[in-house]
Ligand binder design. Structure first.
Ligand code: ADP
Length: 495
């Protein structure tokens, strides 16, 4: 795509929206995770599947992520040795690898920074040099854009990539390489902000002028997510409801006023589901396939899951609740803890898979000990088990305090596993009265009432199956969200 070299040129009569609509957009996705290479949550699923959906609409996409220790380089090839990244006198040994994929996936290799056990930290502690790790990553992404993949749009995801727009607005503002390039910053979770002491700015060679209320300053510290919010050409988040919620003090994490200030360029686009991975008719990770027309396989999946967790045969006729989640306060485990014993008293069974805050890992261990044969928990990250739980459970629990989009409820709907969820963010946007059970107030009592309603509904098998089938036939594929992103890129480019 050709670009105007100056803002004046943008008003040129030829640069209409229609003109941009007719062109291929080149998009460089900058992200700290992308499935299947590196995943801790939904961000990886999104960056792992949106590129293909965009490519099927005709856009050209490349992805750049850090090369963590868990990413095997055996099948990758080195495409750039010694990409120069310097912060003042300090330089970093960066090389770029390209992973095997249908489109370019660049891995930023810098062993002193990324060759570690965790992506962001270990044993519940963030790495103390995360400000440098992700600043180097952003500079490497700009290097890739200079030489390997020249984008029209930098599509940046979450705080780890907030410095891309910041550097483009400061150190590289007059660099002709980037004239006409635009930035989109996607907030996947406002609760993770990348906050560092003010001194971090000098360490990552950022112009001190960014330390201002409408820049990166945030209550005396610097905020990488604020860099994305303030300096990107446009900002979006991953559901329409969350886009509204983050502009309120309740969900704004102190950034609501600044987000309201950017309301004219802030939108919500619901994440999509990759049904190539999440489809009970074809899923190789579940014991038996099934479809809305033939649900027999789902009964097999439930039986096998009960056996796997050592539940009694009587459990087959009672509701089996499933949880697959990061164990954090965001996901509502504090209110679940309040009423877990009363939920179990409804004669239901519960399987939970997750990892995260020790407080909640301990809670699940304890519940398992107190309710053997009723509650079973696996602490860890286990994708095949996540599929087996989606397929084998009857009800999926998501009592989130806030949920930017949430993917698991969309997987659950497709797997005929009726969600019980708090009406917030993407949960509110994707579940309705015909497909699941929602509750509004953030309390144990409200959660318990919703579970009781689901358990009552479960007793009417025919009605329950109708509900399952309605959920299974909903389409949350990437088709519509990818078209919305393609349209948004063009709106930004035509600006
Ligand atoms: P978030 O991104 O906030 O963690 P989402 O619902 O958007 O929540 O996405 C979570 C993704 O991570 C889903 O694909 C889910 O299956 C997966 N996941 C979460 N925890 C685990 C786990 N312990 N084991 C396997 N997969 C998990």
């Amino acid at each position: 795509m050709c670009h105007p070299a100056s803002p004046e040129a943008q008003s040129d009569v030829f640069l209409t929206r229609a003109w941009y609509n007719s062109l291929v957009a080149r998009v460089l996705m900058v992200s700290s995770e992308a499935a299947p290479f590196a995943k801790t949550g939904g961000l990886a699923d999104v960056v792992g599947s949106l590129p293909s959906a965009l490519r099927s609409l005709g856009d050209e996409v490349a992805v750049v992520i850090p090369r963590y220790a868990s990413i095997d380089l055996k099948t990758a090839h080195r495409v750039w040795d010694n990409l120069p990244v310097h912060f003042g006198p300090v330089s970093f040994p960066v090389s770029i690898y390209q992973a095997p994929a249908p489109y370019p996936v660049y891995l930023v290799d810098c062993p002193p920074l990324y060759d570690r056990k965790g992506f962001y930290g270990e044993s519940g502690m963030d790495y103390p040099d995360n400000h440098i790790r992700f600043a180097v990553f952003c500079r490497a992404a700009l290097g890739i854009a200079r030489v390997l993949f020249r984008p029209d749009i930098f599509h940046c995801h979450d705080w780890q990539t907030g410095l891309v727009p910041a550097y483009l607005r400061t150190a590289f503002a007059t660099d002709p390489t980037f004239f006409g390039c635009r930035t989109l910053f996607t907030i996947h979770n406002l609760g993770y902000q990348g906050l560092f002491p003010k001194a971090a700015l000098a360490e990552v060679a950022l112009d001190p002028s960014v330390y201002r209320p409408d820049g990166m300053e945030f209550f005396g510290r610097v905020s990488y997510i604020k860099a994305g919010i303030e300096f990107a050409d446009a900002v979006n988040t991953v559901s329409p409801t969350y886009a509204r919620e983050i502009q309120t003090p309740e969900y704004g994490f102190g950034l609501d006023a600044r987000l309201r200030g950017r309301a004219s360029v802030l939108t919500g686009i619901l994440n999509g589901v990759d049904y190539a991975d999440w489809n009970p008719q074809t899923d190789p990770l579940i014991p038996a396939p099934y479809s809305p027309q033939d649900l027999t396989g789902k009964a097999t999946c439930k039986r096998r899951l009960l056996e796997e967790f050592g539940f009694p045969a009587a459990a087959l006729d009672r509701p089996l609740l499933g949880i697959v989640s990061r164990f954090t306060r965001q996901k509502g485990f504090d209110i679940l803890a309040e009423v877990a014993a009363r939920i179990v008293a409804e004669d239901v069974y519960l399987v939970a898979l997750g990892t995260g805050d020790p407080e909640f890992e301990d809670f699940f261990h304890l519940m398992q000990q107190e309710h053997p044969g009723r509650i079973a928990a696996r602490i860890g990250f286990d994708s095949p088990l996540a599929h087996r739980i989606e397929a084998g459970a009857d009800i999926f629990l998501m009592p989130s305090h806030y949920e930017p989009c949430g993917l698991n409820q969309m997987y659950s709907l497709r797997y005929g596993t009726v969600p019980v969820a708090r009406a917030t963010g993407g949960l509110d946007d994707t579940i309705d009265v015909g497909t699941g059970f929602k509750f509004a107030g953030y309390s144990g009592e409200a959660l318990l009432d919703a579970v009781k309603a689901a358990v009552r509904a479960f007793a009417d098998r025919e009605n329950w199956q109708r509900m399952m089938r309605r959920g299974m036939s909903m389409d949350f594929s990437w088709k519509a969200p990818a078209a919305a992103y393609a349209e948004l890129y063009r709106r930004i480019l035509a600006r």
